[in-house]
Design a binder for this molecule. Sequence first.
Ligand code: HEC
Ligand code: HEC
Ligand code: HEC
Length: 144
Amino acid sequence: MVLLALLILVAAMADMRNARAEYGDVVINNYSDAAGMRPAVFPHWFHRIRFRCKVCHADLGFKFKAGGNDINMVKIIDGQYCGACHNGNIAWSIENCNLCHSGKPGTPTQVHESTINSLVAPANSGAAPTNTGAAAKPQSVQKK
Ligand code: HEC
Ligand code: HEC
Ligand code: HEC
């Protein structure tokens, strides 16, 4: 049982590392596809456990709407939006194109399987913030 729980946790963590669109992630694709870049993926949970809502939604001015901020690279390089932190100081800087532009080409702007309510952590979420995929995993883990 402990082993199974560990396997599930490891599987959930492996999912997080891949930075694909997951539960609660915001895919931003107003311009990326058209510019030949993969859509940007913003892992909301990953950031929320590190910063208060206010930091982004008040101080940095992010509107509460997926794709609603008209973000582009000129603004980011100018230190706005993602660029307020991804500047090599608070977080790694913008040369790491693929860490942000990690979405599947053609994925429209969206919050992955999210409503405002599902942004609230499930009661049993434990340490792994984006582990909602774990509920679906026990079966495949058990087969091995
Ligand atoms: C910290 C995250 C982040 C990094 C790193 C990043 N981008 Fe972006 N980029 C974004 C976001 C968010 C958008 C807006 C996406 C949209 O609406 O399609 C964007 C938009 C773009 C666009 C379309 C809009 C425009 O400004 O022309 C291009 C092209 C682009 N990025 C290229 C790059 C390249 C090349 C790099 C690496 C040198 C890079 N990006 C690194 C987050 C990032
Ligand atoms: C590190 C920055 C950051 C933090 C911290 C943060 N958010 Fe966000 N949030 C964003 C970004 C970026 C978006 C997407 C905006 C876009 O696509 O232009 C977003 C989108 C949203 C949305 C809109 C989702 C939709 O359905 O369109 C809601 C609601 C939201 N955040 C709530 C919160 C709450 C509540 C907190 C605190 C518990 C929080 N955010 C903390 C950056 C942040
Ligand atoms: C308030 C500061 C802040 C803002 C704003 C912010 N980030 Fe981040 N971001 C961070 C920090 C801190 C990390 C962790 C860096 C590290 O591990 O070295 C991070 C990590 C990430 C990661 C990697 C997640 C992982 O699984 O390792 C991605 C992808 C990312 N940010 C994308 C974005 C995008 C896209 C935006 C804009 C829409 C954005 N961030 C805005 C602070 C921020």
